[in-house]
Design a protein around this ligand. Structure first.
Ligand code: SF4
Length: 192
């Protein structure tokens, strides 16, 4: 993985959520916020499915996990396993961002284990980021960077169980070692 934060409310409904950024993405969207995650040969942190699930579950406040990118579906088999473990052991749900469209993920050229991973996901947020379709209005296209991306509720119960969400926000997480992570879809710009 290329990044991890605890207790996020900005990366999908039903928080607090653990957010895991995977490493490696081939979509090369113009204006991507995380181009450092594109290199598929670069290893930032190697972690087993069991250990990642344990890390997510170690925070009792977590109600789910969000996988973001990079492109999570390049590691679909391992992330399916993580999602299965956290659901079975703690009842935690899974939100997943992907640059693929849903149709690509169920098609003949889908990445390895895509269907296995889809079966574990509650909410899929699909499609490449399209810079010209970005809105600076925080209430526009919730949890998404551009309006072409879709919220696909693969487990409809999850939709009805969650509280209303008023608008996109951007969070600033400061880790114990001083690292600062900006995350979310609030449309704000920061200088550090
Ligand atoms: S899919 Fe996401 S991580 Fe990959 S290039 Fe597009 S915006 Fe960036």
């Amino acid at each position: 993985m290329s990044g991890y934060v605890e207790e996020s409310l900005a990366n999908g409904p039903g928080g607090p959520r653990a957010v895991i950024w995977t490493q490696g993405c081939q979509h090369a969207c113009k204006g991507c916020q995380n181009p450092q995650t594109w290199d598929t040969d670069k290893v930032i942190e190697l972690i087993s499915a069991d250990d990642l699930a344990a890390k997510i579950m170690s925070n009792p406040n977590h109600r789910g996990a969000t996988f973001s990118g990079g492109e999570p579906f390049l590691q679909a088999r391992g992330l399916a396993q993580v999602s299965r473990i956290i659901r079975e052991k703690k009842g935690l749900n899974t939100v997943c961002y992907t640059g693929f469209t849903y149709e690509e993920l169920i098609g003949t050229r889908a990445p390895d284990a895509a269907l296995e991973f889809l079966a574990e996901i509650d909410l899929l947020i699909d499609g490449r980021y399209v810079e010209s379709l970005k809105s600076s209005d925080p209430s526009a296209h919730l949890w998404r960077g551009s309006s072409n991306q879709r919220l696909i509720w693969l487990k409809p119960d999850f939709l009805y169980a969650e509280r209303p969400f008023q608008g996109n926000v951007t969070e600033i997480h400061v880790s114990p070692n001083g690292a600062v992570v900006f995350t979310g879809f609030g449309g704000q710009e920061f200088q550090v």
